[in-house]
Write a protein that binds this ligand. Structure first.
Ligand code: TGC
Ligand code: FAD
Length: 388
């Protein structure tokens, strides 16, 4: 009988197949070797480490759960494990991969024309083209059905006007997937960098996701050809379906910061001697680590089942809502606990918990706030009554 370990208390690894274990190991090692040494400085300098993009592309992480077009075609459990390992490094890296793969490559793959798929997907898989996803607007992100950005048909083109806000990768994106209202409802447009009337402005001075680029997008009479509209994307359901893909990855991702933060706090507590004994010899500290272990373990089992359902093609969006809500809340709480156990040192960027904790303040807000996910689950269990 093997001994339960803090980060695999229920022998989670035995539930993975060999390919899944290998991809987790590959990405985990890369995070330890390439991300860990530079990420605190990148966060401190408010700098997205773009030099890592070709390496992530080389490992096949961009659009990794898509088939064809030079994508790796991994299963969804593997995609989840990748998100977990990346986010153990920093939420900014997982964000980059979520946006590129789940929010930009996925809709092109699902609803694009064959010409659009050929034009964008192989280059996006190689990291040669970067995407961003514009849904949120300055007047409020939780209710995207009321978006003001609109597109009007003009011959073979569309004229796009409006603004998007809080857009990950916006300032560095070669193509923006922009959701706009038309006379026939919401439609998706591929707005290429350099199109006349399309500008961006980076959001500076943020205290969360500092190793990630966040931007505003502005559209002032941008003429977008019909060949840049996603032909099969119809209605609000299309962007919401993209969100389900990305939220799935986030539910896995949030386990990474929890593990990283708990590991640092545990190391510290074993060697910090106060009142004549190491901190880990006290009851309250042991209870806090036991509680972290309980929550990490249940989060792991939750997303593994979610991934197996997704791989069977039977995933319901509210199952993803429950997992995103549970796991991000778990991650945030554990990072805060770890920060506290580190004492004053915990406020230093030399330790990861405060960086992770600040990142997770964005993660608990984006891709549907905690309240939005509670209300989605509530609607599902209360006979579909909409309480938003
Ligand atoms: P509602 O009437 O519920 O739905 C309209 C249609 O869409 C379908 N649907 C979904 N489909 C797939 N996945 C989902 N999650 C879906 N949610 C709804 C629904 O079945 C319906 O289909 P049909 O066939 O009947 O037309 O729409 P609603 O207006 O009542 O809104 C529901 C609500 C509040 C849940 C939705 O608006 C919402 O999710 N709001 C939150 C918005 C949000 O999460 N924005 C995220 C922006 S992107 C981002 O944050 C990226 S961060 C990336 C990073 O850096 O990692
Ligand atoms: P609001 O919608 O104004 O909500 C404000 C508060 O009201 C929240 O607490 C919310 O939970 C609460 N609330 C809302 N509705 C209800 C209700 N019915 N009942 C009770 N309470 C309610 N968006 C993109 O489109 N693309 C991106 O790439 C992207 N990247 C992001 C990166 C970062 C770093 C951040 C912080 C955000 C990003 N977002 C992105 C935006 C994100 O999706 C929105 O911030 C989020 O959807 C919430 O919208 P909001 O900020 O306008 O808050």
């Amino acid at each position: 009988m093997s001994q339960p370990t803090p980060f695999d208390f229920m022998d989670f690894k035995s539930l993975l197949d060999e390919d899944e274990r290998q991809i987790q190991q590959l990405v985990g090692r890369w995070v330890d070797e390439r991300v860990a040494p530079i990420i605190a400085d990148a966060f401190d300098e408010h700098r997205f480490p773009a030099e890592l993009v070709p390496e992530m592309a080389e490992m096949g992480l961009l659009g990794c759960n898509l088939e064809g077009y030079e994508c790796a075609g991994l299963n969804n459990v593997s995609y989840g494990l990748i998100c977990q390992e990346l986010e153990r490094g920093d939420s900014g890296l997982r964000s980059f991969v979520s946006v590129q793969g789940s929010l930009c490559m996925f809709p092109i793959h699902a609803w694009g024309s064959e010409e659009q798929k050929q034009r964008y997907l192989p280059k996006m898989a190689k990291g040669e083209l970067i995407g961003c996803f514009g849904l949120t607007e300055p007047d409020g992100g939780s209710d995207p059905g009321t978006m003001k950005t609109h597109a009007k048909r003009d011959g073979d083109d569309w004229i796009l006007n409006g603004a998007k806000m809080w857009i990950t990768n916006g300032g560095i994106a070669d193509v923006a997937i922009v959701w706009a209202m038309t006379d026939d409802g919401v439609r998706g447009f591929l707005v290429d960098k350099g199109m006349k009337g399309y500008t961006t402005r980076d959001t500076l001075k943020k205290y969360s996701l500092r190793a990630s680029i966040t931007s505003e997008l502005f559209f002032d009479d941008v003429r977008v050809p019909e060949s840049n509209r996603l032909p099969e994307a119809m209605g609000l359901k299309a962007p919401l379906t993209c969100l389900t893909q990305a939220r799935y990855g986030i539910a896995w991702g949030a386990i990474g910061p929890a593990i990283g933060s708990m590991a640092e706090a545990l190391d510290f507590a074993k060697s910090r001697v106060l009142f004549g004994r190491p901190l880990t010899h006290t009851q309250t500290i042991q209870r806090r680590f036991a509680e972290m272990t309980r929550r990490i373990t249940t989060a792991q089992l939750l997303v593994l089942q979610l991934g197996r359902i997704k791989d069977r093609g039977e995933l319901h969006p509210t199952q993803v809502s429950l997992a995103k809500w549970n796991n991000v809340r778990m991650g945030l709480d554990i990072c805060r606990e770890a920060r506290d156990i580190l004492g004053a040192g915990g406020i230093s960027i030399e330790y990861s918990p405060i960086r992770h904790m600040m990142n997770l303040e964005s993660v608990i807000t984006y891709e549907g706030t905690e309240t939005i996910h509670e209300l989605s689950v509530g609607r599902q269990v209360c006979d579909g009554v909409n309480a938003f």
